[in-house]
Design a protein around this ligand. Structure first.
Ligand SMILES: NC(=O)c1ccc[n+]([C@@H]2O[C@H](COP(=O)([O-])OP(=O)(O)OC[C@H]3O[C@@H](n4cnc5c(N)ncnc54)[C@H](OP(=O)(O)O)[C@@H]3O)[C@@H](O)[C@H]2O)c1
Length: 322
């Protein structure tokens, strides 16, 4: 079958390790199923994998990709949950299983004609969503869903600041939060990206690091080091930072005095559960909200999609179709 693999790790030149071509047909262990991929979507995670973050050389070659929607062997339309883990080992939450992994970390991923996953990882695709839209949900949108609706403590009407508004998770946060009635504010490094955040539904937008007109209830962090001090300073006393990523670095000064003196909470968040993916798909169906797609390309043009992700030029999800 045709697939997009990481063949080599190169921290400085990630595209050099990308290979497109024929791979052996995957075997299907007991309790797992082969899904015919109809659409898959890129995340920054796929670029990190080529750089060797979360993927070591001894696991290569590895089919990349976390996100997919397709059909199961009975022809049912499904979304593929990307967290491979044992919910029982995580007190009912597979993301808390110490041995859990994401597709493309230990098991081959979704940038292929077929992907093999545990049967439990199939979620019904609402007919109202296209395969391309459904393929955007399992990583960035599920992560945003958990951050907003499980971890943040925000209520409709709360003010939520999203740092680095143009990112995949950040975009999903703005879209889902706006739909749920949160007051979404956003920061970004360029005027064009701020304008884009406004179009997506951000109520107010600010250059990165700018002083805000008032302090906020919650800050959503994916940027890390570059925005951390601003996040800590932007919160109301008793406010909460929810963090799922640290693209710009993970060791900023912790600002501990401000954390305890203003009684802030810092809450980590990773992906979401299968049940949350079911609810996210239903949320899209009920509200009419849809993931924003930058472009849809054939899988054979995956290299262009990776280049766009590395350059940061996309506005929405980069989708691939086998
Ligand atoms: N824990 C999880 O489950 C989970 C799930 C998905 C993603 N993540 C992590 O979350 C992070 C974002 O992922 P993504 O796929 O959304 O990536 P992305 O689309 O590439 O977004 C990265 C964002 O970071 C900002 N940024 C990057 N470098 C910066 C710098 N030096 N200064 C300020 N801002 C900077 C950019 O903001 P502007 O250009 O708008 O300023 C951009 O919006 C990654 O670290 C990823 O690994 C974690």
């Amino acid at each position: 079958m045709f697939a997009v693999t990481a063949a080599r790790i190169d921290a400085d030149d990630p595209l050099s390790g990308l290979e497109l071509g024929e791979r052996p047909e995957p075997e299907v262990p007991d309790g797992w199923v082969s899904v015919t991929v109809r659409a898959a979507a890129l995340n920054h995670h796929d670029v990190f994998s080529l750089r060797g973050v979360g993927l070591s050389a001894d696991r290569l070659p590895m089919v990349l990709g976390c996100d997919a929607a397709g059909t199961d062997p009975d022809g049912n339309e499904v979304i593929v949950h990307a967290v491979i883990g044992d919910a029982n080992a995580g007190d009912g939450d597979e993301t808390l299983d110490p041995r859990r992994s994401l597709l493309s970390e230990r098991y081959d991923g979704t940038f292929a004609e077929r992907v093999v996953v545990p049967r439990r990882n199939l979620v019904p695709k609402p007919a109202a969503l296209s395969f391309e839209q459904a393929a955007c949900l399992p990583t960035a949108y599920l992560t945003a869903y958990r951050m907003l609706f499980e971890k943040s403590g925000a209520q409709p009407g709360s003010t939520v600041l999203v740092q680095g508004a143009s990112g995949g998770v950040a975009t999903a946060l703005i879209i889902l939060g706006r739909t749920a009635g949160f007051r979404m504010w956003a920061t970004s490094r360029t005027e064009a990206k701020l304008e884009r955040a406004r179009e997506l539904g951000a109520d107010q937008v600010f250059p990165s690091g700018a002083r805000l007109p008032e302090r906020v209830d919650v800050v959503m962090e994916t940027v890390g080091q570059a925005t951390w001090a601003h996040s800590v300073r932007s919160l109301k006393p008793g406010g909460r930072i929810v963090i799922c990523g640290a693209t710009s670095g993970d060791a900023p000064p912790a600002e501990l005095t401000r954390v305890f003196y203003t009684q802030l909470s810092v809450v980590g968040s990773t992906m979401g559960t299968r049940d949350q993916l079911v609810r996210l798909a239903r949320f899209c169906e009920q509200t009419g909200v849809r993931p924003v797609i930058d472009s849809v390309r054939p899988l054979a043009q995956a290299r262009d999609a990776f280049a766009a992700m590395i350059a940061g030029t996309q506005a929405g999800k980069l989708v691939l179709t086998p």
